[in-house]
Design a protein around this ligand. Structure first.
Ligand SMILES: Nc1ncnc2c1ncn2[C@@H]1O[C@H](COP(=O)(O)OP(=O)(O)OP(=O)(O)O)[C@@H](O)[C@H]1O
Ligand SMILES: [Mg+2]
Length: 278
């Protein structure tokens, strides 16, 4: 990854790379001996999301409690259908909970109406969708600057250039999504999610369509955003290597948190997945 154009970290955005992750994401009260946690960026309390009604109802999220401190990188893993995307959508305010609460900072997202949720997302959230969700009639560059354009914010040009260099999209900026490969679309989606410098980035399988080189570049980039800029990231992934970039991994099964790893390495993640298999 080229770092030549990397902007200086902002004042106050200290590197956290040497720090040990200090939280167990799903624990409500830290024990006395741990240092105080940074403020909570994202939280869920007894969160439930049901689709459908009556005998056909599906509890995609079934009573989840989470607290993710600012400046942390959290991975969410679990089998297909375990509720990962649903949880991410509810945390990001893209969908509403059936019961319980979700928070972004001290704002209770689950108590907001549709219009307020839209505003909150625009101001504070970047989302990399499992299915990219690029606007087909806009070029790659227009897609990347769309969130800042919608928020009527002045794009930070140096930052956007850094993002584009990092995801190696310079020669594709004028292309429409239909003219891009899946991996290229995924990289546009990643740059778009970070372009407005959101407080929180949610990423649903951001490396799912990337080859291993591009995948590890994107993961290093997400890791650097956490370490250098205090970015908070919540990433869903099936890939133990991708999850090993995170400070902690939360494992879901049937809409519930079933395990959690702090400072995970690939082997720990593989062992946990194996132990959780029915
Ligand atoms: N709009 C919907 N209507 C009804 N059921 C849904 C809807 N969206 C998701 N579900 C169901 O909720 C459960 C959780 O789905 P979700 O997409 O959150 O899983 P996931 O863990 O992200 O899976 P994957 O790894 O395959 O992406 C599944 O049983 C799914 O069929
Ligand atoms: Mg999913």
């Amino acid at each position: 990854m080229e770092n030549e154009t990397e902007p200086e970290p902002e004042p106050g955005a200290e590197s956290q790379s040497d720090e040990q992750p200090d939280s167990t994401v799903t624990r409500d009260e830290p024990p006395d001996e741990t240092p105080p946690l940074p403020p909570i960026a994202v939280a869920a309390r007894d969160a439930v999301k049901e689709y459908g009604e009556g005998s056909t109802a599906v509890r995609a999220v079934d009573g989840i409690n989470l607290e993710i401190p600012q400046g942390h990188f959290i991975a969410i893993m679990g089998p297909s259908g375990s509720g990962k995307s649903t949880l991410l959508h509810c945390l990001a305010g893209l969908d509403d909970l059936t019961a319980g609460q979700s928070f972004i900072g001290d704002i209770e997202v689950s108590a907001l109406g549709e219009r307020e949720r839209t505003r909150l997302r625009r101001d504070k959230v970047g989302f990399i969708f499992q299915s990219f969700n690029l606007v087909p009639t806009l070029t790659a560059m227009e897609n990347i600057t769309l969130p800042t354009d919608l928020a009527k914010k002045e794009a930070d040009r140096q930052w956007v250039k850094y993002l584009i260099d990092t995801v190696a999209l310079n020669d594709r900026l004028g292309h429409m999504p239909s003219e891009l490969s899946g991996g290229q679309q995924q990289r546009v989606a990643a740059a778009r999610a970070l372009a407005s410098r959101p407080e929180i980035v949610f990423a649903d399988e951001p490396t799912g369509n990337l080859d291993s080189r591009r995948g590890s570049e994107l993961l290093q980039f997400l890791r650097a955003a956490v370490d250098n800029f205090g970015q908070t990231i919540v990433m869903v992934t099936h890939d133990p290597i991708a999850a090993s970039y995170a400070d902690a991994v939360v494992f879901l099964a049937d809409g519930r948190v079933v395990e959690e790893l702090i400072a995970p390495d690939v082997q720990m993640i593989l062992d946990t997945i194996k132990n959780l298999e029915p």
